[in-house]
Structures are given as structure tokens and as C-alpha cells.
Design a protein around this ligand. Structure first.
Ligand SMILES: *Cc1c(COP(=O)(O)O)cnc(C)c1O
Length: 292
């Protein structure tokens, strides 16, 4: 389905539609977006936190054995990649309930194990096209079980039944999405995107790890995002200077989210390897010119 309201509206639509008759839902609090899904979802169902990343400053994702599911749990909600914290599930959880995934920031940069999911959603604007769309996949067999006691726009079954044309769709966003998907196809598809992401992110993580601690990534090695590479410099003053130098050479929007500070390089599918190499070069030059 192509729906409006971005990934954010899905935070509400998921429990509104799926939780019926006293069922509960488990959520992973893996950072800003996982927390957002919990905050919004709580208005529409009995939601609990099955693993809380606050305990480790959101430096990693849980292993399957750390996820605690309670009785009567309908689904486990995960955020495949935490965009602000730069943390991802490298291994998908294996649990005995269906999963629901917010994949906004690593959509189609890696294969999805569909058999484990009842629903997958994400905003289009990071990897897939312009803002204005959420791309939502739902398992058809669950459609008859969904809650229908709400406005029609909020019901998945209505959108499915009308092929995403229940009301006027944002046709420009849909058209551009089609173009991006064709470009992806011609470039080798999801597997090529996955490989590119691995190459691009490892260029930056190598630059960080080979800097003798000058640059530091706060995320556990195994959970480092392939889409959003976050790192710190020795001082906030140096971070400010680094951002200013980056801007001079047109490496833009590298400031970390205001809630966490530091540097964040978002290297979505559309970012070419040359852009990542330019950043790695800047990092090395900056360290030489600004020793501590
Ligand atoms: C960007 C983002 C969102 C919010 O997406 P909108 O389409 O702006 O609502 C939700 N979850 C994740 C993981 C994101 O990266």
C-alpha cells in the first residue's frame, strides 16, 4: 500500500488495526524512533517494552534471547535501523510471534525475511523517493481479522481493497518512487544496494577505527548502521570546526541530530561511493591539521 502520513502515522495505524480483543503488543525501545512508535501506539492498545535500549545508551540492538515476550502478545514491533542513533539489527530477531517492522531508514538496502513479518512499513523519503508516502506491506491473510471500528482512511483493509486509491493518491510521489525502483533494478536490485551500503559504510567505519581514537563511534561493532554513520570528535569545539570545514567542501548536513549531538553521515542508497570517500579524506586531513 501507498499511504500518506509517513511512517509516523503507521505508529498509530498498526495497533489501531491489528490489536483486537485484549491482545497485547511488544515493542523494542531501540532509540528515538522505537520510542516514538511506543508513545503513539500506547493510545491504541496494551503495549509493553520487551527490551529497553535506554539501559545501554542505545549503543546496540538486543539478541533474540534478550527479548522478553509476555502472554497474549500479538506482535513484536522492531525498528530495523535507528536513524538518529546509527544502530541496526544486523541479525533479524527470531521470536515466536509475528513481527512488525519500521524499516524507514534502511528500506530496500537489504533483503527482508518476509516469513517473519505480518507487516512492514517505512516512509519513502530516505531510500525510495520524495516525502509524501509510506510504503506498507501487510500479510493478506490477516486482513479479515483487523479492527474496522474507525474512519475508513485508517483501515488497512480499505486501502488494500482499493489498490491504494481509496482517496486521491499523491501521484507525483508515487511516480518518483517508480523511477527510483527502476533505477534500483537497473543497478542490480536490493542485493547491489546491500553490497554498496556495506562498502560505503565500511569506508567510514575504517576511517573512524584507524584514527587512534580521534574519531569515536558510540555504537557496538556488530550493530553499526550501514545507512547512518554516527561519530564523535575529541571535543564539541572540534566537532563544530569539523562541520564548518565540511560545509566549505560541500559535504553537507553532517550535524548529528540535536538530541544526541556529534556527527552523522546519512549515506542512503542514492549517496555515491565518491561522496563517502570525500568525507573519509576530509576526516583524515582534519585530524592531521587539528591534533590533540
Ligand atoms: C524518518 C523515520 C521515521 C519518520 O518518518 P516520517 O515519514 O517522517 O513520518 C520513522 N521511523 C524511522 C526509523 C525513520 O527513520
Amino acid at each position: 500500500m501507498f499511504l500518506q502520513g509517513g511512517a509516523t502515522l503507521q505508529f498509530a495505524m498498526v495497533p489501531m488495526n491489528i490489536l483486537v480483543g485484549g491482545q497485547r503488543a511488544a515493542y523494542i525501545n531501540s532509540g528515538a524512533w522505537g520510542k516514538g512508535a511506543i508513545t503513539d501506539g500506547k493510545h491504541y492498545g496494551d503495549i509493553y517494552t520487551a527490551w529497553d535500549g535506554a539501559d545501554c545508551q542505545y549503543s546496540r540492538m538486543p539478541g533474540s534471547d534478550e527479548i522478553t515476550l509476555e502472554a497474549n502478545t500479538r506482535y513484536l514491533h522492531i525498528t530495523s535501523n535507528e536513524t538518529i542513533g546509527g544502530v541496526r539489527f544486523a541479525e533479524w530477531p527470531e521470536v515466536n510471534v509475528p513481527m512488525i517492522g519500521d524499516m524507514s531508514s534502511d528500506y530496500m538496502s537489504r533483503p527482508i525475511p518476509w516469513e517473519r513479518f505480518d507487516l512492514v512499513y517505512g516512509g519513502a523519503q530516505k531510500n525510495l523517493g520524495p516525502a509524501g508516502l509510506a510504503v506498507v506491506f501487510i500479510r493478506k491473510s490477516i486482513l479479515p481479522q483487523l479492527n474496522t471500528n474507525m474512519a475508513r482512511y485508517l483501515q488497512y483493509a480499505v486501502h488494500c481493497d482499493k489498490d491504494s486509491m481509496f482517496n486521491t493518491p499523491p501521484v507525483f510521489a508515487v511516480y518518483m518512487l517508480g523511477k527510483v525502483l527502476r533505477w534500483m533494478d537497473e543497478s542490480g536490485g536490493v542485493d547491489a544496494m546491500r553490497q554498496n551500503a556495506e562498502v560505503k559504510s565500511s569506508i567510514l567505519y575504517s576511517a573512524i577505527d584507524n584514527s587512534d581514537g580521534y574519531f569515536r563511534c558510540p555504537v557496538d561493532l556488530a550493530c553499526r548502521s550501514h545507512m547512518n554513520v554516527v561519530f564523535r570528535l575529541p571535543t564539541e569545539e572540534l566537532e563544530g570546526k569539523f562541520l564548518a570545514e565540511a560545509t566549505k567542501v560541500e559535504l553537507l548536513n553532517l550535524k548529528g541530530h540535536r538530541s544526541v549531538g556529534g556527527i552523522r553521515a546519512s549515506i542512503y542508497n542514492a549517496m555515491p561511493e565518491s561522496g563517502v570517500r570525500a568525507l573519509a579524506n576530509l576526516m583524515s586531513e582534519f585530524q592531521t591539521a587539528n591534533p590533540v
